[in-house]
Design a protein around this ligand. Structure first.
Ligand SMILES: *Cc1c(COP(=O)(O)O)cnc(C)c1O
Length: 393
């Protein structure tokens, strides 16, 4: 008897459905390029929107911190893992976000999980957008709060669900600010109004907005002018900031409470000093070079318009450097991505469970490293690759 034969069966089933995932070795190169299987490609698949993971100043900061403090933090922040590199990052984040304080987590995923499970429990109710990131979904489930999934196109239902939970001890609405697979924005002002009306708290995940939106690059809440109305603002250092780690910013009392209650940072080793130093350097660049994000967003608008002109199916009201091309079935997404790779472009082929069934897609992400000519090259290759993949299907 092989007690693990079910694993073989499940992998075979995933394979048959076109849903088996495989990772490949990738060699990051400067200027938005990478090498995969010996081929040099333009990288349109990452979340390094401002190309800061390759910035000389960011790299130098990581070197310096490693030389100074070593490679690992050696313990959780509450034991002895909080070095002056961590302290500097906390101060820098609070200054950047215009809040009194900030708290670090090992990843953005851990931040979402840790905050939601600390804030709500069995006596409470949590309201989650149906397209929220997996880390928010898992945080809600793990919290054991009564869970209601809502559709942001139908806020009346959310309002009714909130009213129905009036006797719960606490009510918490959780949402991505920019949706990671669609690139569109949550209706933050409307959600703030609903939170006020129903005495609920609002948690937003700015993973794909930090560094990109708002006058100072703080995110969508800044752009929408609602920062003061959000109870829990969560971000990641791993996307536009090119480093690694998660954070929450807010009043000192809130972060102090989280230091004492969020299990994903209490019981996990603190970030490596290099990640803290890199994130600090990246934040300084976000602050001093607003044209980086402005130009990127301008190119995104141009690219999106071209996608719509080509009558490819995308998400109409998206605003982020995330441009989905909806294809429907997972094999078509895989074949189109492979055909694009033959033409020199790496893009994401996204399938369930990352997106709902029937909405498999290419996920194209733009970064500051891609100029107009490169993007035009991608567009031409995209049309060509789609024809090739459709002919194969
Ligand atoms: C990537 C992502 C996260 C997780 O952040 P990590 O720092 O990579 O763990 C959380 N939320 C959203 C919306 C994301 O896209």
């Amino acid at each position: 008897m092989n007690s693990l034969s079910w694993i073989t069966d499940e992998l075979a089933e995933l394979e048959q459905l076109g849903l088996r995932r495989r990772r490949r070795e990738i060699e990051p190169l400067p200027e938005g390029r990478c090498r995969v299987d010996g081929r040099e490609l333009w990288n349109f698949a990452g979340n390094d929107y401002l190309n800061l993971s390759q910035h000389p100043r960011v790299i130098r900061a990581a070197h310096e911190a490693t030389t100074d403090a070593g490679t690992g933090a050696t313990a959780s922040a509450l034991v002895c893992g909080h070095t002056h590199w961590h302290h500097r990052l906390v101060e820098k984040l609070a200054e950047f976000e215009g809040t009194e304080s900030a708290i670090l987590f090992p990843t953005g995923f851990a931040a979402n999980l840790g905050v939601i499970t600390a804030v709500v429990g069995r006596e409470d109710a949590v309201f989650s957008d149906r397209l929220n990131h997996a880390s928010l979904v898992d945080g809600c489930r793990l919290s054991k709060a009564a869970l209601a999934v809502y559709d942001r196109e139908d806020l009346e239902s959310l309002s009714a669900a909130l009213a129905g939970a009036a006797t719960a001890r606490r009510r918490l609405i959780v949402t991505d600010s920019i949706f990671s697979m669609d690139g569109d924005a949550a209706p933050l002002a409307d959600l703030c109004d609903l939170a006020d009306k129903h005495d609920a708290m609002l948690l937003i995940d700015e993973a794909h907005a930090t560094g990109l939106f708002g006058n100072r690059g703080r995110g969508l809440a800044e752009q929408d002018g609602v920062e003061d109305r959000i109870h829990f603002q969560i971000g990641t250092l791993s996307k536009a900031l090119g480093a690694c780690g998660g954070f929450v910013c807010g009043p000192a009392e809130l972060t102090d409470w989280l230091w004492n209650n969020a299990r994903t940072q209490m019981f996990s080793t603190a970030l490596p000093p290099a990640a803290c130093a890199a994130a600090c350097a990246a934040l300084a660049i976000v602050q001093s070079e607003p044209t980086r994000r402005e130009e990127l967003l301008k190119r995104c608008r141009r690219f999106r318009a071209a996608i719509q002109d080509a009558e490819l199916q995308t998400i109409e009201n998206a605003i982020a450097p995330i441009v989905p091309i909806l294809l429907g079935n997972p094999e078509l997404a895989i074949h189109t991505a492979a055909a694009l790779e033959d033409r020199g472009y790496l893009v994401g082929a996204i399938r369930p469970p990352s997106v709902p069934p029937g909405t498999s897609r290419l996920r194209i992400t733009l970064s500051s490293a891609h100029d107009d000519a490169t993007i035009d090259g991608l567009l031409a290759a995209l049309n060509d690759a789609l024809r090739t993949a459709e002919a194969m299907a």
